[in-house]
Design a protein around this ligand. Sequence first.
Ligand code: HEC
Ligand code: HEC
Ligand code: HEC
Ligand code: HEC
Ligand code: HEC
Ligand code: HEC
Length: 274
Amino acid sequence: MFKRLSILPILLFFFLFITGMGVKPQAAAPKAEAVAVKEIQGLAAGMQSMIPPHEYGNVIMKRYTGEGQPIRSVVFPHWWHRTQFVCKVCHLDLGFKMKSGANDIKMGDLFEGKWCGACHNGTVAFAATECDRCHSDGIVVKENRNFYEVTKGFPPDGHGNKINWVKAIDEGKFKPRTSLQGDEEMISMDVDVKMVLKEPIMPDVQYPHRSHTQVLGCDNCHPNIFKPEAGANPATMNKIYQGEYCGVCHGRVAFPFEDCFRCHSNSQPVPKPN
Ligand code: HEC
Ligand code: HEC
Ligand code: HEC
Ligand code: HEC
Ligand code: HEC
Ligand code: HEC
């Protein structure tokens, strides 16, 4: 958590830097734009290494645990769980809100089969009596898996977990179950939506439904995060950095913001200022 907080000011600074470039498009010659893009890539290269790949997407759960409490906080590893189950299983079927600290979880609930206890019952996964495997903030647990061993051979990427998770599923490197029983069909949708920037500072955003509907249900995004209508959502980078719109997932569990051109990928060239 604190690691992400320390990145925020840098991202915000970066955002100001970028929009700063944006308010004078009239003056920006194509050459200056090329320099700006280089700067962006340079900064991005500096940011990507701030969270080690095996920690990216880990959530420290500390509503009732940690400092001043009798037990260590819980470290929840997304990288492992997403190899086992699609996001939808936890974030729709089991009702986990997609926000750190937003779920009110007590051990009693777990032993009744709720939350983590839907799986950590000794059948689907190790039982809720193996305290340290979950309450592991600040310690190394031998029984838990090694990120680098599990993800060996997964297609690499430059950011976040440094794994291209979309490619990894496409290549069959892992097959996450789509329900607790594992037999549900995902509703897949292969439609890209172009999100046009108000000012042509960057390439437009090409939002791909396909890679999202592989792991998420429509209800994960519609209508709470996005109205299902092209152009109906007033997203800005600032709001995204603050955890709205794409920033509900990106920068937290899905690949981080510094991978600018994976979202700003519309191949239309940036028009020259007139
Ligand atoms: C096995 C269950 C499980 C799966 C599968 C899962 N999550 Fe989560 N997710 C959680 C839990 C638990 C939390 C922490 C909630 C809390 O702190 O109260 C969480 C939190 C989050 C958060 C908030 C993180 C933050 O720092 O605020 C995001 C975003 C998220 N999940 C996205 C995803 C995405 C995207 C996927 C699929 C790639 C996914 N999750 C798969 C259980 C799961
Ligand atoms: C949808 C099912 C599911 C839910 C919900 C779930 N887990 Fe898991 N979890 C698994 C499976 C499957 C494994 C691997 C089985 C095993 O090691 O016994 C696992 C393994 C783990 C591991 C060990 C990972 C490793 O590196 O080996 C931790 C830690 C863990 N879970 C924590 C949690 C916590 C904390 C929660 C709730 C906030 C939770 N899990 C909710 C299915 C789930
Ligand atoms: C499968 C993962 C998991 C295991 C195993 C587990 N816990 Fe927890 N535990 C959690 C989660 C998640 C929370 C909520 C953390 C928070 O929000 O601070 C929690 C909260 C707690 C709390 C504070 C809330 C409450 O219910 O009083 C205590 C105390 C606790 N656990 C003790 C234990 C003990 C003792 C064991 C072993 C017998 C254990 N836990 C095993 C996941 C686990
Ligand atoms: C990860 C989030 C996410 C998921 C999951 C998702 N969508 Fe969308 N959807 C979007 C975004 C973003 C847009 C574009 C909104 C905009 O342009 O402002 C969109 C747009 C749409 C549109 C409008 C398209 C147009 O051209 O007007 C429809 C219809 C739609 N989604 C249906 C679905 C359906 C059906 C599913 C499930 C199969 C789904 N979406 C899953 C994020 C999502
Ligand atoms: C997860 C996807 C995603 C990533 C990564 C991303 N953007 Fe964006 N960006 C968006 C979306 C969505 C919008 C709003 C598009 C619209 O106007 O509908 C946007 C808008 C913008 C705008 C328009 C002005 C504004 O502030 O809203 C700029 C400039 C911008 N992004 C720059 C960047 C830069 C620089 C990076 C890399 C540091 C970046 N973006 C990374 C999705 C992303
Ligand atoms: C509910 C969570 C969620 C939201 C909201 C979300 N994404 Fe994603 N996105 C994911 C996940 C999970 C992946 C898989 C890759 C990963 O985890 O790094 C992904 C992958 C992508 C990819 C890579 C596609 C590929 O084929 O490689 C792009 C591009 C992308 N998202 C853009 C966006 C944009 C733009 C928005 C906002 C308009 C957005 N996403 C909103 C979860 C989300």
